[in-house]
Write a protein of this length. Structure first.
Length: 245
């Protein structure tokens, strides 16, 4: 990594901090009087689109999406692998309105967390997994009825390239209970934006949107089967992306 590229990374983080502060502070003042969709576009969608533009401009990290035709018209549960911060920007700036399952601690971050609270997140306590599952099921149903996409990273945390994590069943259970599909998404963002550290490298991130998957039947077995199919598709697609790199 050249010195010039390192300086570009520093500049990017400075720009992200500045723009996030501006969006969050102004959002808290203005958006409480807006509809939820307009609030989402103001706080999250527009900032994430701006962020993707800055990443492309400063770091030369672009992206290519395959499978837009698979996206259903009705919001459902999005299951994406999690390798970096980049996919959070991309998914938030691609589906609207969208909310996601996140750690409750994030809401305590001054300005950022307060602005996120306005976007109806499903903020769980990871130290209480059983309560978290119930919360995802209850609040997830409410959000879906309101026409809001639900983003879940079923691995639970960011995982290194080539080391995907086991899928949690919460997303599959939510989809099955509402009669809606899960929309699996796989990407190789970690190859250009690693899990840890500030190191980055230019290139084109590949994002693959798979076909919607429905539960076949009812009950725990149907949920387990749906979750396994989503996991198998994701891991198979990731393996193909790694081989093509």
């Amino acid at each position: 990594m050249t010195l010039q590229y390192r300086l570009r990374i520093v500049l990017l983080y400075l720009m992200l901090s500045l723009t996030a502060a501006l969006w969050c502070i102004s959002g808290m003042l203005v958006t409480p009087f807006m509809s939820f969709r307009n609030r989402y576009r103001y706080i999250a969608y527009s900032w994430c689109r701006c962020t993707l533009w800055l990443i492309r401009l400063l770091l030369k990290i672009d992206y290519q999406v395959t499978g837009w035709e698979n996206v259903p018209k009705q919001p459902c549960v999005i299951l994406s692998n999690h390798q970096s911060t980049w996919e959070t920007f991309f998914l938030t700036g691609s589906f609207e309105p969208l909310t996601q399952v996140l750690k409750r601690e994030l809401l305590a971050i001054p300005f950022f967390g307060w602005a996120i609270w306005l976007l109806k997140p499903i903020a769980i306590d990871r130290s209480k997994p059983k309560e978290a599952l119930k919360q995802v099921a209850q609040q997830g149903k409410e959000r879906l009825k309101q026409g809001i996409w639900i983003l879940i990273f079923p691995e639970g945390t960011r995982t290194p390239v080539g080391q995907p994590g086991k899928f949690s069943r919460s997303g599959a259970a939510l989809a099955a209970s509402t009669g809606l599909p899960v929309l699996p998404i796989a990407h190789n963002a970690g190859m250009f934006w690693p899990k840890q550290g500030w190191s980055k490298r230019p290139g084109t991130i590949q994002v693959i949107i798979g076909p919607p998957l429905w539960a076949e039947g009812e009950g725990p077995r149907a949920v387990a089967d749906l979750n396994q199919r989503a996991e198998d598709w994701t891991f198979s697609t990731l393996k193909t992306l790694e081989q093509q790199a």
